[in-house]
Ligand binder design. Sequence first.
Ligand code: DQA
Length: 138
Amino acid sequence: MKKLIIINGPNLNLLGKREPNIYGSLTFNEFFETVKEKYPQVNLEHFQSNVEGEIIDKLQETGFSYDGIILNAAAYTHTSVGIGDAVKAIETPVVEVHISNTFDREEFRHKSYISPNAKGVILGFGLQSYELAIQSFL
Ligand code: DQA
């Protein structure tokens, strides 16, 4: 059974409440339960943190044994050399995901410290971006 983890960064715990015009009105847990039912052949975990170092710790912890990491580092995508370095340091392939089309937004969201070391990038498909990332590992 494939072991995958979705790692979500800051403010993604507010999905459903946060700027629903951009991020939708579903909570992440509601979405996660549906996806787990849809892919029973996958051992799928979820971790969320608002703290940069905790995201790095989780990448290190899972990055040598899991089959895939789906990472939405949220705002840290655009700022964190540390998370970018962690993605480079680990062995497990990382697919970078964003709910919104970051290239259709402010200029500062066009830069990603993760993309250069990601296996691939999926963005702009709403929560479906996560599902497309899961499919990429199957
Ligand atoms: C995001 C895009 C980021 O620019 C933003 O800071 C987020 C969410 C997305 O999923 O669309 O918090 O990663």
